[in-house]
Write a protein that binds this ligand. Structure first.
Ligand SMILES: [Zn+2]
Ligand SMILES: [Zn+2]
Length: 193
C-alpha cells in the first residue's frame, strides 16, 4: 500500500522527504523526515536547489513535475467528474435548444408579443388531437431536433398569460400567427447568426 497524506480535502500519494538534505549532512532520523504530496515534494526540491544550488535538487524537482504531468494524463476521470461533464453538456444543450426553439417560433408570444423570459413562453398545440408529445418533455429528455421540429410545426408559441386565456376561451389565436420557421430545420444552420 502506497503512503498517502490528507491534503486539500483528499488523500493523495505521499513521498518521504529529507528536510535537511543528505548532501547537506541531513540524517535519516524521523525528525528530519517529512511526508509530502508529490507537488509538495517537487516544491521542496526546487527550494533546496535555490538554497544550495545543487544539481540533484533541480533534477529531482523537474522529475517530480514530470511525474505529476504523466500521472494526470493517465488517471481516468472519476465517475463524478464524468457525470458532472455530462450534466453540463445536457444543460448547455437545453439552453441552446430553448433559445433556438423560441427564435424559430417567431421570438415572442403570437398574441401579445411578450418576449422577456424564455421560461414564460409555452407551446400550444393548435389541434390537441395531433399532439404526440410536449415540447418541455422533449427538452427534458434531450430529444433530437427533428423530433422537436415535428411537434413545433403543430404549435404556436404563447406566453403563460395568453396560453391560459386561450385555454379558457377568452382569447383567440389569429390565423396569421407565426408558426415554425422552416429555415431553422437544419440544426447546424442558425439563421441570422
Ligand atoms: Zn402573450
Ligand atoms: Zn395550450
Amino acid at each position: 500500500m502506497a503512503k498517502t497524506i490528507y491534503e486539500n480535502g483528499e488523500w493523495v500519494p505521499a513521498h518521504t522527504h529529507h528536510i535537511v538534505p543528505k548532501h547537506a549532512g541531513g540524517t535519516d532520523d524521523p525528525e528530519n523526515l517529512i511526508d509530502l504530496s508529490i507537488p509538495g515534494h517537487a516544491d521542496a526540491h526546487e527550494k533546496l536547489f535555490e538554497d544550495y544550488g545543487i544539481e540533484f535538487d533541480r533534477s529531482a524537482s523537474l522529475m517530480l513535475r514530470g511525474l505529476i504531468k504523466w500521472a494526470n494524463s493517465i488517471i481516468p476521470e472519476s465517475p463524478e467528474q464524468k457525470k458532472r461533464k455530462r450534466v453540463d453538456k445536457v444543460n448547455l444543450w437545453r439552453q441552446r435548444t430553448k433559445d433556438r426553439i423560441v427564435e424559430s417560433m417567431g421570438g415572442k408570444c403570437v398574441c401579445c408579443g411578450y418576449k422577456k423570459s424564455n421560461g414564460a413562453l409555452a407551446f400550444h398545440h393548435l389541434d390537441p388531437a395531433e399532439k404526440d408529445g410536449s415540447i418541455s418533455r422533449m427538452m427534458r429528455d434531450a430529444s433530437n431536433w427533428k423530433t422537436i421540429v415535428k411537434e413545433l410545426r403543430k404549435c404556436v408559441m404563447l406566453c403563460a398569460n395568453c396560453h391560459t386565456e386561450v385555454h379558457d376561451g377568452s382569447r383567440m389565436i389569429a390565423e396569421t400567427a407565426a408558426r415554425f420557421d422552416e429555415s431553422y430545420l437544419d440544426y447546424k444552420n442558425m439563421p441570422g447568426r
